[in-house]
Design a protein. Structure first.
Length: 390
């Protein structure tokens, strides 16, 4: 059978390494830092063409190779590189492709650590960033300069769960010869494949829904072969590569990604519908709620709405903190994508380093709460939220 014709779930389960002489059913762990050679010529040839041979686990390893191959198949990508964390993937991808004097155009709503890279660190190396308003996509082209190299966005966004039209971004990137990079963490390859809409590279924090159980850190970038080669060469030298053990865990996690996401999304929609009717809630954002301002775009480019719900509690910062103090079942954590439902108050935690003005510019109000809806019996989650709001 042709692997290219397999469905998504089959790719996740059956796209695996060749079996060893022991004919194991589950892929073994390759916990080795390096690999040996048959003779001097084998060693010379291997260093001459590293793509065909494992040399050192900072470069490649059978477990990381399998994880990368699966994500590439799911995203429709040519190749990829796996990292020790999602932020290692973000930083290494951008650092490998940018030079002093280059310019980034980015969506205004990005992960707090990504924003810090753009604002606090890249300027030290002569790299500028201009943000466009995610609610005014018509302003994107006005942000592009002669030295713009990268167009960067998350969709859905963190933490406001806004949706950006990937087809529009793909068209703009093509028109202006830009590299389009999409952080696909909230959607995963199961719900959305940005390459179909014109993205050149796709980044994931595999720590989140790809692992799905809060066990390991990991990140990955997949996409255009030529761009990935530049990222590989940079990362091989700088050393942010994923460990074989974490790669093995993440690869096994992919086998259940589809069934987990189906339930995550089902639960999240029910939570969003409950919150939308609650008198102490101002607004609710969930991509597959018809009240979401980008509902039609979400329907076009996503399979389901994801597991993240954002809502604003009446009463601002103090009401948000009081709500968290009353939570009993759900977890208070800065993470997301776990089997366990997680509640976060961005203004006082993940985005607390931003000024009030910077937070408001990306729709993070003092009362905004982000819920990563888990796999518990959903009525138990709703009951906990109800008593905390009361």
């Amino acid at each position: 059978m042709n692997k290219q014709e397999f469905g998504f779930e089959t790719q996740a389960i059956r796209n695996q390494l060749e079996r060893t002489q022991y004919l194991e059913h589950s892929v073994p762990l390759y916990l080795t830092s390096s690999f040996v050679f048959e003779d001097a010529e084998d060693m010379r040839a291997s260093f001459a063409d590293e793509k065909d041979r494992n040399i050192y686990s900072r470069y490649s390893n059978p477990n990381t190779d399998e994880f990368i191959d699966k994500i590439c198949a799911m995203e429709g990508a040519a190749s990829g590189f796996a990292f020790a964390s999602g932020m290692a993937a973000v930083y290494s991808t951008l650092a490998a492709l940018l030079n002093s004097g280059d310019h980034i155009v980015s969506a205004s709503s990005v992960f707090g650590a990504t924003h810090s890279l753009f604002i606090n660190y890249f300027p030290k190396w002569g790299i500028e960033t201009t943000y466009f308003d995610i609610n005014k996509p018509e302003t994107i082209e006005g942000c592009i300069k002669t030295n713009t190299k990268i167009l960067f966005a998350e969709s859905p966004t963190n933490p406001g769960v806004d949706i950006i039209d990937l087809e529009l971004l793909g068209a703009i990137a093509k028109k202006h010869d830009l590299i389009l990079i999409i952080d696909n963490c909230f959607a995963t390859p199961y719900l959305q494949q940005p390459i179909k809409w014109g993205a050149h590279l796709v980044i994931h924090s595999a720590t989140k829904l790809i692992d799905g159980q809060g066990r390991v850190l990991g990140g990955i970038t997949v996409g255009d072969d030529e761009l990935i080669q530049k990222i590989y060469l940079f990362s091989r030298l700088t050393g942010p590569s994923l460990s074989p053990f974490n790669a093995w865990v993440l690869s096994k996690s992919l086998e259940t990604l589809a069934v987990r996401l189906d339930r995550h999304c089902e639960n999240a929609l029910k939570v969003a519908e409950f919150l939308e009717q609650h008198p102490k809630v101002n607004t609710v954002k969930y991509p597959f709620l018809k009240s979401h301002p980008q509902y039609e775009i979400a329907q076009k480019q996503m399979k389901l709405g994801g597991n993240i719900v954002a809502f604003e509690i009446k009463g601002g910062l103090e009401a948000g903190r009081a709500f968290l103090d009353k939570i009993q079942l759900c977890s208070l954590s800065p993470n997301l994508g776990d089997t366990r439902t997680i509640v976060t108050h961005p203004a006082s935690t993940t985005h607390s380093k931003l000024t009030v003005e910077e937070r408001l510019a990306v729709s993070i109000t003092d009362g905004l709460v982000r819920i990563s809806v888990g796999l518990e019996t959903v009525i138990d989650v709703i009951t906990d939220l109800e008593q905390a709001l009361a």
